[in-house]
Design a protein around this ligand. Sequence first.
Ligand code: K7E
Ligand code: CUA
Length: 663
Amino acid sequence: MNQWTKRSLVMGTLLVGGVLGLSYCSNKAEQQIQQQEQGNLNASADLKTLMAARNLTEGDVEAALKTYTPTGKKDEYMIFASGGQSGQVLAIGVPSMRLLKVIGVFTPEPWQGYGYGDDTNAILAGGNQGTHKLTWADVHHPNLSETKGDYDGQYLFVNDKANARIAVVDLADFATKQIVANPLVASDHGGAFVTPNTDYVIETSQYPAPLGRDYAPLSDYKAKYRGLAMFWKFDRTKGRIDPAASFGVELPPYSQDLADAGKLVSDGWVFIGSWNTEMATGGTLQGKPAIESGASQNDMDYLHIIDWKKAEQVVAAGKTTTMKGVKVITLQTAADENVLTLVGEPKSPHGADVTPDGTAIVVGGKLDTHGTVYEFSKIKDQIAAKKFESKDEFGVPVLSFKDTIRGQVELGLGPLHTVFDDKGNAYTSIFLESKVAKWSLKDMKLIEKLSVHYNVGHILAAEGDTVSPDGKYVVAMNKMSIDRFTGVGPLYPQNFQLIDITGDKMKLLADMPIGIGEPHYSQMIKTDKLKPLKMYTPGFNPATGVKDPNAVEGGKERIERHGDVVDVYMTAVRSHFTPDQVEVNEGDTVNFHITSLEQAEDQTHGFTVDMYNVNISLEPGKHENVTIKADMPGVYPMYCTEFCSALHLEMQGFFLVKPKGAK
Ligand code: K7E
Ligand code: CUA
């Protein structure tokens, strides 16, 4: 039997198997043939010949061996990466650096049907801000939920810098469940960072403006413009943020930047970097310096230190004002009650990263060559003793810089973000030099620098933001890729570079081009902590978190008319929709209630009504509701958009809209 006969036999099995739902088994037969073919092909080629033919060094082969993941083998870690301007989140396997999923978060995602059905539209609508429909987001910092300072694999939070929003993704099904919109500010950046037991999700503003998004001229900058640290209360039992139990802390009009929550000894505290303590507002047409130079005059900006347990007490004591429904601790109260304290940090800082043991905070400086390490115990003791050096012009107490730091380490030009391993080392991204700097937290000494390609922004480490990082891997998230990949036009991919940190020397293992959005931050979790669902219980609505009241059982499919409202109770199972003919009148409102009757792993159907901008994903057991206004008379195919079986193309039906006045 030659390969072609074998193949056509397999295809025959596939066809029959697909109809019977046996495609998995026949895929296996197909796989065996493929493996035989590859075996034959490779038998004559030895390793050296292959290396020579592909111009690979021994180092390359070693890197390949450390990352190559044969079919069927799984990754040890998963990265949750910001999808940047795409408004989405990317799930990536490590060490294979294979893209596993693009999770729709702030932006509709058609494959998942996210934003194309009633229930997911309601989630997206929760993020409405202002009067313009927001169809994009600037995702910066994904943060995994934590229990006792360790990733627990349950939830993921992300921020939208452009529109001041926070989203909650449930890692049971990797789907977005909630978007909360901050009514007080227009942009954020210090989010979405969690406290060690995920009591709060922190969101701090980036660009100062009047709180509540009111108008005030720039001449009132110092008087009326403010920053904000928002503490979104997370209700783990519901898996949702509870806005009513959340509060904000008003901040001076500096540009607050990255934030991090204290852990272990520093649990109960939050640290927020800032720049533009000059409060420059530009005015280039009037001959004033651009903000970039106006904001770079001071040698020191301010690290903001918030005692959030104290803040909770202040809120409980009712010492707040309410702005647009949010309880806010005013700047005055925050200063008087020592909820907020400042300490100098070197010129235009970026990054504020708490060490795994919680004893120190590392800050980088975009215009400074040092990593600066603050000793938390010194901060705490001086605040307790009210030993302040001065106050800023808003009356906020300021600690002495030199009495607060553990020390500084010379790292290079433009140190940004710092992550940690399990051996007391820190890894800092050096943006201008395109390097990752490894240094010792204990000795405050630079150990090694590794070139990356190019202009590294954030870096991330395996379990890197927990109380017990794993070491093993660091990933450099490079902004530029210049000569790394085949050209795809002037908008180049970003470049994630996987680095092995297990040896004495860091070793670059693999490049992964990222052709979507501009990722900022990511976190990497051990995959054995994730417990993703394989399917939903029948009739479950993932958006509402309960069995849908309109869930349809097999045999109970029906069409009901109530005046000009038509309810279609539909089921989907290989390879048909029931009912498959839906005829309505022009102008009717049609509610499709569709339940997948599948309970077999990975048997997903899609459902579209052509021309009506509907595309939902029906994973096994899932229920979705879709409402459309039948305002286009005609005949529109409805079909399954997922190649679900051999008779997938036959999984179709007709949606007929009878024109007004037709018989
Ligand atoms: Cu450095 Cu938004 Cu965290 Cu970008 S931020 S890199
Ligand atoms: Cu169901 Cu294709």
